[in-house]
Design a protein around this ligand. Sequence first.
Ligand SMILES: [Zn+2]
Length: 268
Amino acid sequence: MEKHIRFILLFIVFFLGIYTYQNEYYNVYAIELDNKVDLLIENKNIQKELALEIEEIQKEIDTIDKTSNKNEIEIVTVSFIQTSTLSEEYIEKNEVDTLKEEKNELELKLENYIIEGVKLEKQIIEEKKEELSLNNIEYFKGVWPVKSYKDISSPFGERIHPISGKLSFHKGIDIPAPQDTDIISCDDGVVSFSGVMNGYGNVIKIKHFDGKETLYAHNNSNIVNKGDVVKSGQVIAKVGTTGNSTGNHLHFETIINNVNINPINIVN
Ligand SMILES: [Zn+2]
């Protein structure tokens, strides 16, 4: 009888174990599938925090190094307080060692986060590729980059340039909007450029996970930085008229395999 009870108990423990293991496994899996981009954003934020912490510790080490250099000079010049200076220096050396250890640990942690981030980004890109081939398409359509301003003052393709008056190829579309209107990212992606480009003024360029690239020009100000992970609809810049421009508008380009495509085909 006792044997049977022991056997049943063992049986229950065994299945409880399998049940919790599976549950945890599926939970993690579900989170990753749903929010990989969110995880990547979190990962990059932690990377930034760690880099700042490392910088702070390095500063502390530098200031201690400077003062201990002073102490060395003191040892030479003021010989009668030599013992006290030496012990002080010893304490400082210990402090530097602990700081250096702390810094090493943080650097290792940062390295792991960088590796994880790269893996995560690759996974997202792989998943997008699979989805593209399953649907037999080249790219995913994005959202219109300035909410509630849908007019196009200058279309994509051959046109008379508004400043030079000559026939030239317009690599994007112009969407007029008041100064400082929000410009939003048309899809999830990573900022590949944030700065000034000749003639284009302030520019944001984004490499999306499906491979397409988008460019937002003449911005009054840029809000995101190179390397930032952005989500579809996130504000990335404000409308302006910087660079060669005759008025407030967004110059918007979409690029697929390094070729400029009419954005009308790419955003809804
Ligand atoms: Zn333009």
